[in-house]
Design a protein around this ligand. Structure first.
Ligand code: SAH
Length: 205
């Protein structure tokens, strides 16, 4: 059923569909939401954040056109679910989260599931340490008002970045940026709703 829904909505990349099938989403949601884990909707997680809807996870992953050798950066680890999907399709994933509780929980969960090529880092994705990167792919899973130079400068040649861009509360547009010989190529994809990217490491939790 899960795969069928994703296919119907237009996901066709076999490797992405396989990863979506393989990663147990019920492990990433709150205990009370387990029965709804495979419904095509976003669900609440700790710290007032959300685990994205399966279709959006699959769609963003497909748009990244991942290869087995890629190094991937994710901003917004949340539950760790998107990072787990990425880990099945790339060599290494570094995911950054500003809430300590979320970062610690995601790290333990991913370790327990044996996804050893994912590193979870407590940090601010809007203000990353200068020595981090470059990456073949960057995925931002919290809404940003613009795609900063601080992120695009970490893209390898032919690198792809995907991020929801728009107002913090409301509808955003998924934007894909490709670093080509000629410069950065930008394309708007579909409308989405994400929780906002906020500056700094969260004070509480
Ligand atoms: N990808 C996640 C869902 C992301 S929800 C999953 O698969 O579950 C967005 C996440 O981005 C939230 O956990 C939020 O705390 C985090 N976030 C927001 N601003 C951030 C920032 N500046 N740096 C790092 N993480 C941030």
């Amino acid at each position: 059923m899960f795969q069928l829904t994703l296919r119907r909505r237009g996901i066709s990349d076999q490797a992405v569909l396989r990863a979506m099938e393989e990663v147990p989403r019920e492990v990433f949601v709150e205990d009370l939401d387990r029965a709804d884990a495979y419904r095509d909707s976003a669900l609440g997680i700790c710290c007032g954040q959300t685990i994205s809807q399966p279709f959006v996870v699959a769609y963003m992953t497909e748009q990244l056109r991942l290869k087995k050798e890629h190094r991937v950066l994710e901003i917004g680890a949340g539950s760790g679910y998107q990072a787990a999907i990425l880990s099945r399709l790339a060599a290494q994933v570094l995911t950054v989260e500003r809430f300590r509780t979320l970062a610690d929980t995601a790290r333990k969960r991913l370790e327990r599931l044996g996804y050893h090529n994912v590193e979870v880092m407590l940090g601010d994705g809007l203000n990353l340490p200068p020595n981090l990167g470059p990456f073949d792919r960057i995925i931002v899973t919290a809404a940003v008002t613009e795609i900063s130079e601080g992120l695009t400068s970490r893209l390898e040649k032919d690198g792809i970045l995907i991020a929801p861009v728009g107002p913090q509360h409301g509808v955003q547009t998924l934007v894909r940026v490709v670093r080509t010989e000629a410069g950065l190529e930008r394309k708007e994809l579909v409308d989405v709703r994400f929780v906002p990217a906020l500056p700094g490491i969260a004070r509480e939790l």
